[in-house]
Design a protein around this ligand. Structure first.
Ligand SMILES: [Zn+2]
Ligand SMILES: [Zn+2]
Ligand SMILES: [Zn+2]
Length: 463
């Protein structure tokens, strides 16, 4: 294993992890996060794909040990980097390269102003991932971004996102666009300038489109294009192929031979003949095939999409650097049903907030009785969701959890009020579903000094 990496110290006292192969850094116990400040990948003749895989193992967003750390590549790897370039801080021939040393210090200066999250806690959430991209972008002085994930037009944190877009599901793209929109709504970013107008697939918003000429009658693109000949003598107009006669040109109507263009005849235009249905026409239709969703559209159906560049505002820079943005952007995703894992993840996110004036209040109870199938539990969750639409609702086996935000200094009066609302609803549920009974009902409220992990353990505790 040791020949896969080594650690050396540069002239500024930074420890450089020199990577010589595929190194699953997070799984190697011998390498601790504090053992290295910088990552440097050597050229070991790896292909672009191997390099891509290597970089995944040391992701600035997903790897616990590599989070936000500077990453450099051997200069000779530059032309194999391709779409991964936005994820790289630079190239150098040696780890003592002056520019590399300087850049490392610059990044660390900026990182001092950035509050990292405990990424082990929050990796399961798209918005959290996007926030990590923003943090990385800010630490690299990328203050401008675009809203197009097309490699050619992607800038800033969008370029970081686009670097891996081939592996990204469409649903995540939707979330990403919404996230950028939320940044604007919150005043964290503002429009800077127009970049380009693109035409995208109306179905999936992708712009990897193939334009094909097609037959207006049957839509086939099996077309033959040829000149139309106009015979002056008899005024016949028909495709060139109808004039071919024994290697010469002879008019199909009056049977005279055609000798001189401009004198006997001319070629006023071209004509298309469909090889499938034999239809002849002057103007082809156009169809557009989307390489992403495999649907075919008319050009007029494509959506014009204006790409703009945006820049973070001073408030945005501050909120994205510390963790205030976490809660403001995740407000949108708070309410409603989520699976248990995301439910816990959202509660963790909340605890990263700087808005210490709010905390979380949870109503937790167990469903017992004759019918405790997942379908039944889901029905009950649904009933609660309609009544408490502003709550975050989830279930784990036959335990149901309903989380609501409340002031952290929860007065007895308000506490009573929340509890009464819930108790009333629990009674309604028991009346509506006589086959079940509600047991182990409990209210959980995060105490002022309680660590999030302790609170999560209390939520998680089921019999
Ligand atoms: Zn046709
Ligand atoms: Zn003729
Ligand atoms: Zn599409």
């Amino acid at each position: 294993m040791n020949n896969q990496y080594s650690i050396k110290t540069n002239s500024k006292g930074r420890n450089i992890l020199i990577v010589k192969g595929i190194l699953p850094i997070d799984e190697i116990c011998d390498i601790k996060a504090e053992d290295f400040d910088v990552i440097y990948v050597e050229d070991t003749n790896q292909s672009h794909f191997e390099l891509s895989y290597q970089l995944q193992q040391m992701s600035p967003f997903h790897s616990l040990k590599c989070h936000l750390k500077p990453r450099f590549l051997s200069s000779s790897l530059e032309n194999r980097t391709l779409n991964l370039k936005p994820l790289i801080d630079g190239f150098s021939t040696t780890i003592d390269d002056k520019n590399m040393c300087k850049k490392i210090e610059e990044i660390y200066n900026r990182l001092e102003m950035i509050e990292a999250f405990d990424i082990a806690e929050v990796k399961n959430n798209n918005y959290m991932y996007f926030l990590k991209l923003c943090k990385f972008a800010i630490s690299r002085k990328m203050f401008t971004f675009t809203d197009s994930i097309e490699e050619a037009y992607a800038m800033g944190h969008t370029a970081l996102y686009a670097a891996k877009k081939n592996n990204i599901p469409i649903k995540m793209n939707d979330d990403f666009f919404r996230f950028n929109h939320v940044l604007l709504e919150l005043g964290y970013a503002k429009k800077k300038s127009f970049v380009e107008r693109l035409h995208v697939c109306p179905h999936c918003m992708n712009s990897h489109l193939f334009y094909m000429e097609s037959c207006p009658k049957c839509d086939s693109s099996n077309l033959k294009e040829e000149a139309v000949l106009h015979h002056f003598r008899c005024a016949n107009i028909s495709p060139e192929s109808s004039y071919t006669y024994d290697g010469e040109l002879r008019c199909p109507k009056c049977h005279h031979f055609l000798r001189h263009i401009g004198v006997d005849y001319d070629k006023p235009s071209n004509v298309y003949t469909c090889q499938e249905c034999n239809h002849t026409f002057l103007h082809t239709d156009m169809k557009v095939y989307c390489s992403s969703c495999k649907k075919t559209h008319r050009p007029s159906e494509l959506l014009a999409y204006d790409v703009y560049s945006y820049e973070y505002t001073p408030e945005g820079l501050l909120a994205l650097s510390n963790n205030d943005a976490v809660i403001s952007v995740s407000k949108d995703i708070w309410a409603g049903y989520s699976n248990f894992e995301s439910f816990l993840s959202q509660i963790r996110l909340f605890s990263y907030s700087h808005e210490k004036s709010e905390s979380i209040f949870i109503n937790k109870f167990k469903i017992e009785g004759n019918d405790t199938t997942p379908q039944k539990i889901m029905q009950i969750v649904d009933d609660f969701q309609k009544r408490f639409y502003y709550n975050n609702i989830s279930f784990k086996r036959n335990y149901i959890f309903m989380a609501t935000k409340c002031p952290s200094e929860l007065s007895e009066g308000l506490k009573r009020q929340i509890e009464e609302e819930h108790e009333e609803m629990l009674k309604i549920i028991e009346l509506k579903h006589p086959e079940i009974i509600i047991t182990e009902q409990d209210y959980l409220h995060q105490q002022a000094e309680e660590k999030i992990q302790t609170f999560i353990e209390r939520i998680n505790k089921t019999n």
